[in-house]
Design a protein around this ligand. Sequence first.
Ligand SMILES: [Zn+2]
Length: 112
Amino acid sequence: MPFAPICVACAREMRCRKNGFFFKDYQAAAIWSGDLFECEGCKARVVVGVGREPVVESYEEGFDRAASHSEFELRRDKPAVVRVIELPPAAGGRGQGEPPFTRTTFGSNGRD
Ligand SMILES: [Zn+2]
């Protein structure tokens, strides 16, 4: 991969914030793992590099433990609230006291 994921809005490569980022798929049928990237400009986040197989499926042993480490469950409905996940500062960070992440609420845009 010659580049990290690129933020279109900022024209910047994103920084990997976490490897082994667990999330639940739809209806929490399984737990998957990917890499969490964040744009240092606008703080947009994406999960990429998700494996071809889930870490564990709901009927398997260890599901509950993996689920407790999952950050969210995938959803298809229109988002009303953007959930912000707190992360520790990146290793070797700039140490400039980044502003804390805040919870942001967006209303429906009413177009659909
Ligand atoms: Zn950005």
